[in-house]
Design a protein around this ligand. Structure first.
Ligand code: P6P
Length: 336
């Protein structure tokens, strides 16, 4: 890549103009989301100095205690996006139902879904967290907008990405033409292109799973992790390393950067739930990013992006990352 600094704005204009890849309304939407992520990054960076750490006194739709920053991040995304005329509605992990753009603003054709601050359990201990977002188009001919309009397969996404608030603040984005990474230049206040055409190595020696749940796993996951732990004396013929940040954004960013496999599978703790992570605003955007970078993403049995959602906040088992590893775990589930 030349040493010419390419801003997010220029990258998106070129995706719109040169490749005809994204309409101006989608470009506007992505620039607004990026600006909102900058504001969230500022709030996160203040930490105790901003008086925004710690729990709020409320629970989200998942029944999880909300952190103050969860609520702040949600409000920042709503306020940044509701007036621009590019959206019909928004959906968030932090809101029970969809947020329809108020009548005082023009309605657009896009639907924005987000987990405003993923990894909240890490906020108070200064570990990387992030915002995950997914963009769908409102179905043609749909009058008004309803939750039903959001229930589209991940393969229907027109844009997806996340912003990781770590040692750097980095926006990672796909519009279906590969994966690009933009690092926030705090002096200029702009996101600068630092990686494009990101590729995940098809093989890896690094797996990510919460090992404390081992006794609850299904046999295929247990088999895969056991083989990794046996190492080079076992069927894998190589030793493995393990990482678990407990922030999906941080684990996925590592995998996009150097490969690996991330697993949050179904387990016996709550057998009626297909998994812990949410399909619409965690697994789908991350699954598309990983596929666009040459990786794979399944629920152990099928491609995540092919799952037809039944509910806005439905959960899913997630196996994603280096293609050959994801295919192995999936084969252990399906016997193929
Ligand atoms: P556990 C964060 O709360 C999250 O939704 C993901 O970001 C993360 O991968 C997972 O949950 C961590 O879950 O059970 O290990 O705390």
């Amino acid at each position: 890549m030349s040493n010419k600094r390419i801003s997010l704005t220029r990258y998106l204009v070129e995706q719109q103009r040169v490749d005809g890849h994204i309409p101006s309304q989608l470009r506007l939407l992505l620039e607004v989301v990026a600006r909102a992520c900058k504001s969230i990054s500022q709030a996160v960076n203040k930490g105790d100095l901003g008086g925004v750490l710690g729990a709020a006194s409320t629970e989200n739709v998942q029944g999880e205690m909300q952190k103050q920053l969860d609520i702040i991040a949600n409000e920042v995304l709503i306020e940044a996006n509701e007036w621009g005329g590019h959206l019909a509605a928004m959906a968030s992990e932090e809101m029970d139902s969809i947020y329809v753009v108020p009548n005082r603003y023009p309605q657009g054709e896009y639907l924005l879904l987000f987990d405003p601050l993923d990894g909240s359990s890490n906020i108070d201990v200064n570990v990387s967290i992030g915002t995950i977002f997914s963009v769908l188009k409102k179905p043609e001919g749909s009058i008004g907008v309803s939750e039903q309009d959001f229930l589209q397969r991940g393969a229907q996404q027109v844009a997806a990405g996340y912003c990781v608030y770590g040692p750097q603040t980095t926006l990672v984005l796909t519009v279906g033409d590969g994966v690009a990474m933009f690092t926030l230049d705090r002096e200029q206040g702009s996101f600068v292109l630092t990686k494009e055409n990101v590729q995940i190595p098809p093989d890896t020696k690094e797996f990510a799973i919460n090992m404390s749940n081992m006794r609850h796993w299904d046999a295929p996951v247990k088999r895969y992790v056991d083989e990794c732990l046996i190492g080079k004396e076992g069927p894998r013929g190589k030793d493995f390393n393990m990482r678990w940040v407990a922030s999906m954004v941080a684990d996925v960013h590592r995998i996009l950067t150097r490969g690996g496999i991330f697993m949050y599978p179904w387990d016996k703790r709550e057998p009626e739930k297909p998994g812990k992570l949410r399909l619409m605003y965690e697994a789908n955007p991350m699954g598309w990013l990983v596929e666009q970078a040459g990786g794979a993403a399944t629920n152990g049995k099928q491609r995540i992006l092919d799952i037809q959602p039944g509910k806005l906040h439905e959960r899913v088992s997630v196996i994603l990352g280096s293609k050959n590893e994801v295919e192995r775990v999936t084969a252990y589930h399906t016997g193929l």
